[in-house]
Design a protein around this ligand. Sequence first.
Ligand code: MG
Length: 239
Amino acid sequence: MALVRSSAKWDLILLDWYMPGCDGMELVRAIEAESGPGTPPMVMLSSNAASARSSLGRERNPLAAHLTKPVRRQQLHQVLSRVLSRSDPAASLRKLAVASAGPSLAERLPLEILVADDNPVNQKVAGRLLERWGYRPKMASNGLEVLEAVREHDFDLVLLDLQMPVMDGPEAARRITREIPAERRPRIVALTAAAFRQDQDECLEAGMEGFLAKPIEVSKLEQALVECHARRRRDPTHV
Ligand SMILES: [Mg+2]
């Protein structure tokens, strides 16, 4: 509600039906009361659309759309573009107020992640994306820090910049492959800048298993997490 009351103008509000201490429908009514005729279109997420719909009763349905969880990306995209083009053909996904009961990706795909990049801006970008999904990534600024981190802690995934001072990415990957036993070894995905094709073989030889171009695309990062989780070597019961 604080966000709705703030001066920001939202194009659309995506709401979770069940949030702690707050019923979805109550929230919808409160937003309508607060925003009046300027109420942005609201899209509700719930795990049981039928029961949510029946609790709406016979009253006018204030929702622009309803999505059943788990929401598929394509479905979400379709619904959002439909709703936004209806309310304002010029509107894009500039601003989305997302209210959710919890970070779902990290719950669904729990992973210990290390982000290694000597550029603090790149660290921040990757860190924010991951934190938005509920992850608590650790950061490193050079290959030596990476090596120390993976010796001390079992990571599932290392996002590894290739060019770093002190020790570069490929060297860090070679050392990890040599030193860390396979069952404790993280999956290593290279963070690559443009014009990198010639390095690809070196990366693979060094033990890296994937590539992500910078600036990191959200969907590509998500894909990398899915792959990493699917091929996790670590025993899931091991903490
Ligand atoms: Mg770098």
